[in-house]
Each structure stands twice: as C-alpha cells, then as structure tokens.
Design a protein around this ligand. Structure first.
Ligand code: 8DG
Ligand code: MN
Ligand code: MN
Length: 403
C-alpha cells in the first residue's frame, strides 16, 4: 500500500547549470530512453525537440532517487507532455514503445551507423541513406567520394566506436604533454571534456593548451602537430588556425557556438602497452566510483563489424595499437578560464550556462569571454569560480556538470 507521507517529492531549479549532476544517475531507465529520443530528433533535424528531450533527461539525472510514480514529477521543470508520456510508458510497461519502435526503425539504425563514422554528419548520412546505403559494407562498395576525415573515419571505424578508457586518456595525455613541453617548455596541458567531469570512458580525449605568458601560445599548434607527426603518433589531423581576432562579429558575439581557437581534430595511434593490456575492466571501478557505461562494450551501441583490411596487417588478429580521437585546443592565458569552462562540458551544461547568461543576466558567454550587455564591458576572469560568480551562480565542480 502506498502511504502519502512516504512519497518522495523532488525540487529542481529550472536551468541545468543551477544543479549538481554527478555521474551516479538513479534514473538511467528513463534517461537512456529520453536520450535515444533526443538522438532520433537530432538525426531528423528536429534540434528543438532534441534539446527538449535532453533537458528532460537532465532533470531526471539530478534526482536523488529513482522515480517510481508520475505524482513525483509534479512541479519539476522541463518535463513536457511528450517526455512525461515516455516516462509513464516505462513506469507502466517497463519499456517505452516509442523507443522500441525507434530502435527497430531502418532509417534510425542506418543513420546511427553512418554518423558513427568520424567526419560524417547528419546531412551526409541522410543523403547516403536516400541513395540506398544502409551499412558500412554498402558504403564501401558504392564508393562515394569521401573526404580525408571520412576516409580516416571509415578506416578506423571499429576503434573509434570503442570507448576510450581513462587509462588510455592518461597515456595520450603523457604523449601530448611530452610534445608540448618539447616545443614550448613552459606551456601547460589540461585534460578537459568528459574525463575532466570524472567519466571513466569517453568517445575521445580533449586537451586544452596554454602558456603563462600572453602571446607565447601563438604558433604552438603547428609545432606540436609536427612533433607528434614526425614520431608516428598521428593517423589523421586537421588543424584550424585561430580566427577570433579577425572575425567580423567580434568577441562576445560569436556567429555560432563554434569557438575560434586554434585547434586540431586528430586521430592518435596509441600503442597497446603491457600496462594497458593487463588492466582488466573491473580494475577501473576500484577507486569507489561506479562506471556509468560498460567499458568493454562499444560506446554508441554499434555492432562491432570486422574490418577485413586492417586484419590483414596482423595475422594474429591482435592489433598492437588502437586509433583514438583526440581534440587539441590552444588558448591564450587571458581566455583560459573561459576556454576551460567551455571545453569541459557537458554539451547541455554549456548550452544552459549560455542560456542563463543571456536570459537571466543579459550577458553573452562564449569560450573566449563574458560580455555584460547592460554595462557594455567585458568581465575578466582568471578561474572558473570567477565566471560562475560573475553569472550569479553557485560554483559547480566539473564532476557535477554531467547534465
Ligand atoms: P565524450 O567525449 O566523453 O563522449 O563527451 P564530452 O567530452 O563531453 O564531449 P565532446 O564532444 O568531446 O565535447 C567536449 C566539450 O567540448 C563539450 O562541452 C563541447 C565542447 N566543444 C566541442 N566543440 C566545440 C567548439 O567548437 N567550441 C566550443 N566552445 N566547445 C566545443 O566539442
Ligand atoms: Mn570528449
Ligand atoms: Mn571532443
């Protein structure tokens, strides 16, 4: 029997950047479903709907207990009719019928596989789908013209769809640090992205590089890249130079969410050392944290398809290295705090921070700067704590930005 007094009532502030969202999610049964529907919306160019599902999921991720009754959702923000219907379906039937239909949908399945190729976005995947391409074999046989990124993405498909572990991220961190220090001894490397939020696995590894003396970071990226390239660490790289100062729309008013730092999208060749090979998946859970994902399983649920070409190189089938996606970003020290905040994520947390800044504070936040539209001034910050303070928000630790 349900006792009214026992019913847990939750209270959640409306912006995700006002909440502390750690990795221990008590509502994965609901948030997995809502995230899948967000993905489906994004693959159909329904970005607004996608964000709505992501916001709904972020509310459930912040709850201290598992939702057991629709009554508990009363008064919670960001839960629209559609999200509530999905939650109700799961509470009553154990699964969401819409999720089930989606996972069986040919278009969804094909677009997931095709956008799982590095360098392939929704538009390209959708065009291929309309041309009848449903999987990697059909893609390889139909031989459409692929750009350099897509060729690398297809070649390393299995590796790049295999979750990167924290140990692998650390091993790459050591290589990146060695490269950066070799070309600029006082420069500093910081791990950002999901691993800075405490995640135990990720789809890539993100690093932010800076120099304590303003201006000394200029020209750093090409040197780091050549150092890495000449030692055989890079399977692919595309470097984009800094375009912040020369942009027409000016700082604080970037034309898109994309920032203008000097950056490098790359694919690393990581040797499988004894240390990494010996590490069993269980060992990852040792320091008290619970892994949120199955580390032995592919990240986005793709079937691991055998890549015949790469097998030929290693007759044993035991490749001695793996490909890993790595993002490198260089920031001048004056913008470092903004870059760090912008590149730590999660993506929804970042989006919510910018929405809070604009709607609640009449400020424009980017990965470069914070502009106060009332006072018409830039607000300086040397740390993330100072940025939260400028925004009138309580400081949220990276581990609690997992919206
Ligand atoms: P994962 O790799 O572990 O799966 O997750 P993640 O680390 O959170 O995702 P990510 O795709 O690697 O992105 C990390 C952060 O970097 C995220 O907050 C978004 C941010 N980011 C990009 N591209 C850009 C960009 O062009 N500009 C800015 N400012 N941030 C970006 O991924
Ligand atoms: Mn990442
Ligand atoms: Mn990244």
């Amino acid at each position: 029997e349900t006792n009214e007094a026992e019913k847990v009532v939750f209270s959640v502030p409306s912006y995700a950047c006002q909440r502390r969202i750690s990795l221990d999610n008590h509502n994965t049964i609901f948030t997995d479903a809502l995230s899948l529907l967000a993905e489906k919306a994004e693959l159909s160019n329904e970005d607004g709907r996608g964000v709505a599902f992501r916001r709904a999921a972020a509310v459930l991720k912040s709850l201290p207990r598992t939702v057991t009754d629709m009554e508990q959702l009363k008064g919670l923000p960001c839960l629209g009719d559609h999200s509530q219907r999905v939650i109700k379906d799961i509470l009553e039937n154990g699964v969401s019928s819409e999720v089930k239909l989606t996972t069986q949908n040919e278009r969804f399945k094909a677009l997931k596989v095709l956008t799982g190729i590095f360098g392939v976005g929704t538009k390209t995947a959708d065009r291929w789908f309309r041309e009848g391409i449903r999987n990697l074999t059909q893609l390889r046989n139909s031989a459409p013209s692929l750009n350099r990124a897509q060729q690398a993405g297809l070649e390393h498909y299995d590796d790049l769809n295999q979750a990167v572990t924290k140990d692998e991220a650390d091993a790459i961190g050591e290589i990146v640090e060695k490269a950066v220090l070799a070309v600029s001894p006082r420069s500093e490397v910081t791990l950002t992205g999901g691993f800075r939020r405490g995640k135990l696995t990720g789809h890539d590894v993100d690093f932010l590089i800076t120099h304590p003396e303003e201006g000394k970071e200029v020209g750093l990226m090409p040197k780091v890249v050549s150092w890495l390239e000449s030692r055989g660490y890079l399977l692919y790289q595309k470097t984009t130079r800094n375009s912040y100062l020369e942009s027409e729309d000016g700082p604080g008013r970037p034309s898109s969410n994309m920032d203008r730092f000097e950056r490098c999208f790359s694919i690393f060749r990581l040797e499988k050392t004894e240390r990494l090979n010996a590490k069993k998946p269980e060992a990852l859970a040792e320091n008290g944290a619970q892994p949120q994902e199955d580390v032995t399983c592919s990240i986005s649920g793709h079937m691991q398809l055998q890549d015949k070409d790469s097998q030929d190189e290693q007759p044993t089938g035991d490749k001695l290295w793996r490909a890993v996606r790595v993002d490198l970003v260089v920031s001048p020290i004056s913008q470092f705090a903004f870059a760090l905040l912008g590149w730590t994520g999660s993506k929804l947390f970042e989006r919510e921070l910018r929405r809070w800044a604009g709607h609640e504070k009449a400020m424009s936040l980017s990965s470069h700067a914070l502009y106060d539209n009332n006072q018409n001034i830039y607000l300086r910050a040397a740390s993330e704590e100072e940025i939260f303070a400028h925004l009138g928000l309580e400081y949220i630790h990276p581990f609690e930005r997992n919206a």
